[in-house]
Design a protein around this ligand. Structure first.
Ligand code: HEM
Length: 140
């Protein structure tokens, strides 16, 4: 779900003007974060709800990933997005901007990976992905 932010950030910063970067940063904060945060809460809450009737390795793995995804989002990605948006609006594209930008991209890639793993394990449980016999055996 964070993929649009990630790709737009890389493309705009490689090829776009400072004004384009500032506009994107502003859009990521509003309405971006206002859309993203309820969706993430819904994914986590909905997952925990459907997991009530489920046990096994795949559910446990998803449950363990969720606090990292949430902490990474709230403690790293949201503050980074807000700071970068303010600095870009002020035209201050200094070293600090790019250091924080690098931190945001690394944290973003981490969360994309963790969410991808959650989606993969979810689809395995729902029977939408082929699973190795060993994994099925351990999941039930
Ligand atoms: C970033 C967070 C999450 C994402 C992106 C995600 C994604 C998915 C996806 C794509 C499916 C497959 C749905 C289908 O094909 O019908 C799924 C199913 C599932 N998810 Fe998640 N999930 C997340 C969080 C969680 C959490 C925190 C739990 C609880 C531990 C959880 C438990 C489950 C369960 C049990 C299923 C299987 C439902 C069934 O039996 O059909 N998910 N998830």
């Amino acid at each position: 779900m964070q993929r649009p932010f990630f790709l737009a950030t890389i493309l705009t910063e490689l090829f776009g003007s400072h004004a384009a970067v500032a506009q994107l940063k502003s859009l990521i904060v509003a309405p971006g974060l206002w859309i993203m945060m309820p969706l993430m809460a819904a994914a986590g809450g909905g997952g925990v709800f459907v997991a009530k009737s489920r046990k096994g390795r795949l559910v446990d793995a998803k449950k363990k990933r969720m606090p990292f995804i949430a902490a990474n989002g709230l403690l790293v990605l949201v503050p980074c997005a807000i700071m970068l948006s303010r600095w870009a609006a002020a035209g201050s594209f200094d070293t600090t901007f790019y250091v924080v930008q690098a931190i945001e991209l690394i944290a973003g890639a981490t969360n994309l990976t963790l969410m991808g793993l959650n989606a993969r394990d979810g689809m395995r449980m729902a029977g939408r992905l082929r699973t190795s016999p060993a994994a099925v055996g351990r999941a039930h």
